[in-house]
Design a protein around this ligand. Sequence first.
Ligand code: NAP
Ligand code: MG
Length: 402
Amino acid sequence: MAKIQMTTPLVEMDGDEMTRVLWRMIKDELLNPFIDLKTEYYDLGLEYRNETNDQVTIDSAEATKKYGVAVKCATITPNAARMTEYNLKEMWKSPNGTIRAALDGTVFRAPIQVKGIEPCVKNWEKPITLARHAYGDVYKNTEIRVPGAGKAELVFTGADGKEIRQTIMEFDGPGVIQGIHNKDKSIVSFAQACFKFALDTKQDLWFATKDTISKVYDHRFKDIFQEIYETEYKEKFAEAGIEYFYTLIDDAVARVMKAKGGFIWACKNYDGDVMSDMVSSACGSLAMMTSVLVSPTGVYEYEAAHGMVQRHYYKHLKGEETSTNSVATIFAWTGALRKRGELDNIPALCTFADKLEKATLDTIEAGKMTKDLALITSLKDVTVLNSENFIKEIRKTLEASL
Ligand code: NAP
Ligand code: MG
């Protein structure tokens, strides 16, 4: 069979440790034999980030803006221990943070559903995609431990020197206060990314805040979403047969538990933090969660939601067998290839992505899986495969379907 040809390169961001090992296997076994893979390769492995003073991360983000689609392997965010382990010149910033800042994006995360790994919530028939605003609120706060009686005030001094001042609390004893903020610009890009992604994936969009209590702060989020919806998306949503739905956050939580799934749930930063962990753990495994960063200009970066699976890598280095799940990393590739195929009008590339995803799920449903899934599956008589053999089994299923 002739290999599928590509026209525009995919930005390929290689990474660290166990996921770097899987990356190589996925390319060798599942991609290169079938596609004349055209990528612009950036090595975001910590060694090369250190060698280039992290310039490679910045370059890869710029390349993503240029070509529109990237696929990323998990990368180490250095801490003190990594400074010595990798003999680093500096404690380089999180590559995901750098890329997110450059693309000004929103992160969408969805569980990969497969028969035999049922969500704890029985009525979730389709995945729920979490869209988390990744700027501000409690993550960029200022806090004071109030020592005793006194007056706490909220003060804004304009660039023109004009002051806005409000009393927070007249304290009669010790307590705590906190200052948080967000920016219209950031909320607008969050909203834009959510509406675009809903349209792109033809799913309803839900958004919720606590605007009844937070009549200025949360209400600003609600208003910005509503205004963008009315002016830019109302007609497009109607054409696509999808809905935008706003409700209060507590009502949203109650409805989510009773819903069938198959929608996007846009959350403010803190709600997104806690709710994405709830959705993912209800669906079984971190290794079954996809993640895509979408910029307001429509640039896409696909990755797995999990990290480099460090513990498995240290076993691998000692020559011990590992059973690391490559599903989310495979789906990062298929997501990126499908998007490239859509943008460049190469249906064969989209079909290949669909078939590779199906082969991956069919392999698991046939009872062949890695240890993390074997521990939670409802299937009987499963075969636990090592990292490499799981990928080789997927290749067999894929070849049979091509
Ligand atoms: P991790 O990769 O999320 O893995 C934590 C544990 O979850 C593993 O030890 C393993 O449990 C299980 N697990 C996760 N992925 C798995 C897979 N594919 N197959 C089987 N089991 C899997 O976290 P980590 O290794 O502790 O690394 C944390 C670091 O990852 C953080 O420092 C952060 O910088 C980085 N990180 C990077 C990204 C990214 O680049 N996209 C995302 C998240 C975190 P068992 O050991 O019990 O088998
Ligand atoms: Mg969290």
